[in-house]
Ligand binder design. Structure first.
Ligand code: SDX
Length: 442
């Protein structure tokens, strides 16, 4: 492992002084709760000693009000629609950086110099191939296997080839291996679905062009990557690169907190991302838009369904646990989608339906009162479609984008001296103690 890529993670800025503790009165007893304030002024009540001192725990299904950790990687202000990677606003990064630069920034804490980036990219290039025996794993999958199932399985299987971990060198090398082999595995999953032979990576292509080459080249005809496609994929991966303690990243931290290895932790994150309420939403958005198209384009009917609790229907790509304003990523994608489709010479009726849906929802009291805005998944699928990416690969592309964010959080957790195995509590609501009745007496 060359020394240049063992970048030192940048130290976090000093935090503002803590204000006076909060006071909680329970059963007539007063308890002090230390208050912690983040570098952007977020206030947290430290309840880490609450149970020991009061016997009580807090209760917060879905953790909407619970901070699991301190983190210096990504800042989101949901009310203001702000997203920053290591302090850099997403609007200033988008369209001006390579995805590999942002991988480096998120994982090592600072933007790489030209020298650091060159060395990092060389490392990635040298590790894009998977062990030849891993091709046999794909032979066992049915051709209809969902590529997210194959991605999750193959990523955890990387730990069978690289079992040694613990020394920092191995950890840093496994980070390179995972970032480099992710696109190779993802493209191979697509080839499995297509019944086509796996295409090997090339060392002369950029990270994004190499993935598109492995996706769309066939033995009889190498795929020529158009610059607009490389740029579009680069932007999409950057916009998905991290999003603080979302469901899949929290899963990676949860699994990693037991000291499970990097590959196993990231594989769990991939599985969590698959759900249609999370990363699977980009696939669900396109399926929803297709359903509306096939239903005479009657998008108002679906807006009304989304407002009817009993319908069980949600407007996919709308709403967010944190953003109660526009998702800044959705704003960037909406501004980009027309340009990409025009440059590709593609027109997509689903885009017109998406825009009409958005227009109606943004002026409808049901959505306005609940602060439901388009999120990152609302427009991303339209661009993936225009690039020729099949719908069932959309969440795989989300996973490739999120890989550096998952890795950065896993490393941050690993290097946090306060880190210990995550083990939430519960409020028991089951039956009180009762005597066991043997089968013969039941
Ligand atoms: C991602 O956390 C992250 O950072 C995630 C992510 C990332 O980068 O990692 O940003 C990526 O997962 C984006 C979200 C993709 N998911 C979808 O687009 C699926 C559709 N959205 C919803 O399922 C929902 O908005 C969630 C899951 C995104 C958020 O769920 P919450 O915070 O639990 O919201 P909620 O269910 O409490 O909603 C509040 C109200 C409810 O109505 P009431 O009970 O108040 O009457 O809004 C309603 C909900 O029923 N609502 C919707 C809706 N989303 C919320 N109603 C219709 N359509 C929707 N999409």
């Amino acid at each position: 492992m060359s020394q240049q890529t063992k970048a030192v993670v940048e130290e976090s800025p000093a935090l503002p002084p803590a204000p006076a503790p909060a006071r909680l009165t329970l059963d007539g007893k007063e308890h002090e709760l230390p208050v912690i304030v983040g570098s952007e002024g977020e206030v947290g009540l430290d309840i880490s000693q609450l149970r020991a001192r009061s016997g009580a725990i807090t209760f917060d299904p879905g953790y909407g009000n619970t901070g699991a950790c301190e983190s210096a990687i990504t800042f989101i202000d949901g009310e203001a629609g702000i997203l920053r990677y290591r302090g850099y606003p997403i609007e200033e990064i988008a369209g001006r950086a390579q995805f590999t630069e942002i991988c480096y920034l998120l994982i090592y804490g600072h933007l790489p110099t030209a020298e650091e980036l060159k060395d990092f990219e060389n490392q990635l290039t040298r590790h894009t191939m998977i062990h030849e025996d891993m091709k046999k794993f794909f032979e066992g999958f049915p051709s209809s296997a969902h590529p997210m199932a194959m991605l999750s399985s193959m990523v955890v299987s990387l730990s069978t080839y690289y079992p040694k971990e613990g020394r920092d060198d191995d950890l840093d090398l496994n980070v390179i291996r995972l970032l480099a082999k992710g696109p190779t595995i993802a493209a191979a999953s697509y080839k499995k679905n297509m019944g086509q032979p796996v295409v090997y990576p090339r060392n002369d292509l950029s990270y994004c062009s190499n993935f598109l080459h492995m996706m769309f080249s066939v033995p009889a005809e190498p795929y020529e990557v158009r610059p607009v496609l490389d740029r579009a994929l680069n932007l999409l991966l950057i916009l998905h690169a991290d999003h603080e303690q979302n469901c899949s990243t929290s899963t990676v931290r949860m699994v990693g907190s037991s000291q499970a290895n990097l590959f196993a932790s990231i594989s769990a994150g991939i599985s969590a991302l698959w759900g249609p309420l999370h990363g699977g939403a980009n696939q669900a958005v396109i399926e929803m838009l297709g359903r509306i198209r096939d239903d005479h384009g009657d998008y108002k009917k679906y807006v009304d369904m989304a407002k009817d609790k009993g319908s069980g229907f949600k407007l996919m790509g709308f709403g967010h646990r944190v953003y109660k304003n526009f998702d800044p990523r959705a704003k960037i994608l909406k501004a980009t989608v027309d340009e990409v489709l025009a440059e590709l010479g593609v027109s997509d009726p689903l885009l017109e339906i998406a825009k009409a849906l958005e227009e109606v929802a943004l002026h409808d009291e049901f959505f306005v009162s609940r602060k439901l805005y388009p999120n990152v998944d609302f427009y991303s699928g339209i661009i993936y479609r225009a690039m020729g990416i099949p719908t069932n690969m959309f969440t795989v592309l989300f996973a490739l984008g999120r890989m550096p964010g998952w890795i950065a959080h896993w490393r941050e957790m690993l290097h946090d001296p306060r880190n210990r195995i995550n083990r939430p509590r519960q409020i028991y609501t089951g039956p009180p103690q009762r005597p066991f009745v043997p089968l013969a007496q039941r």
